[in-house]
Design a protein around this ligand. Structure first.
Ligand code: SF4
Ligand code: F3S
Ligand code: FES
Length: 249
């Protein structure tokens, strides 16, 4: 690899110091082989500026905490190699989520609220019997559930979605994908009416305008388009049923 000098333009703002307005700060760094944005940020923090704030935990695209907007695209810093980018790299925090400082945002609160709104747990009337044998699930169903379950809650799909940027109450692709996961689960006894209460509104499946940035941006390559249309179809059918019932009354 020819040694490139990379120029990083990084968003700086500390909500604890509101007197200092947001600005872009420039740093220069020699590129090394196999360098990711995560490695570069650590180098900048260790060698150039210890005050730079950003999040990471796993460094392996598992925890979802290092998501940021890299050259205009929401994605994971630990999964992005500098060799795949031009020598000028701009880094911004994910929009939609509460800014903690510089590139660090609070996705945890958003995802917790979404899990509560979507009631993201298996709803069953069956009594729990700790002595019973585990219920078996056929492989096909398990695989179908596994797809939406791969979400690492990074927030990239939400950050890149125009609806989510306008409507604070929009569940986003991550939320609708979560609902899909429970709709697919035969152990969840929720009826279409109950799901309609959760996602059959503008802040749910009907707020999605099919812009598909979510699908393009998901670093886990979850087929969000498929999950969204699955939920939308179910909710449209339920909406139609409700309308017909109203007319018949
Ligand atoms: Fe991230 Fe994909 Fe989950 Fe959205 S669906 S939060 S982009 S892993
Ligand atoms: Fe947004 Fe994805 Fe729908 S980008 S509008 S959630 S298709
Ligand atoms: Fe965990 Fe990047 S540090 S996903």
């Amino acid at each position: 690899m020819g040694n490139r000098t990379l120029t990083f333009k990084i968003f700086r703002y500390n909500p604890q110091k509101p007197e200092v307005k947001p600005y872009m700060q420039e740093y220069k760094l020699e590129e090394v082989s196999g360098m990711t944005i995560f490695v570069a940020l650590n180098k900048i923090r260790e060698e150039l500026d210890p005050s730079l704030m950003f999040d990471f935990v796993c460094r392996a695209a598992i925890c979802g905490s290092c998501a940021m907007v890299i050259n205009g695209r929401p994605t994971l810093a630990c999964k992005t190699l500098t060799k795949d980018l031009p020598a000028k790299i701009s880094l911004l925090p994910l929009p939609v989520f509460k800014l903690v400082g510089d590139l660090a945002v609070d996705t945890g609160t958003w995802f917790r609220d979404m899990a509560i709104k979507t009631e993201a747990w298996v709803h069953t009337t069956k009594e729990f019997d700790p002595t019973a044998l585990e219920e078996r699930m056929d492989n096909k169903t398990a695989q179908e559930i596994y797809e939406p379950d791969r979400c690492v809650e990074c927030g990239c799909c939400v950050a890149g979605c125009a609806t989510a940027n306008i409507r604070a109450d929009f569940l986003g692709a991550a939320g609708i994908n979560r609902v899909a996961r429970f709709m697919l689960d035969p152990r969840d006894e929720r009826s279409p009416e109950e799901y309609y209460e959760v996602v059959g509104a503008e802040e749910g499946a009907f707020g999605c305008m099919g812009l598909m940035a979510c699908d393009d941006n998901c670093p886990m390559e979850i087929p969000l388009q498929t999950q969204l249309s699955f939920v939308r179809r179910k909710m449209l059918a339920q909406g139609l049923k409700l309308k017909t019932e109203k007319v018949a009354l």
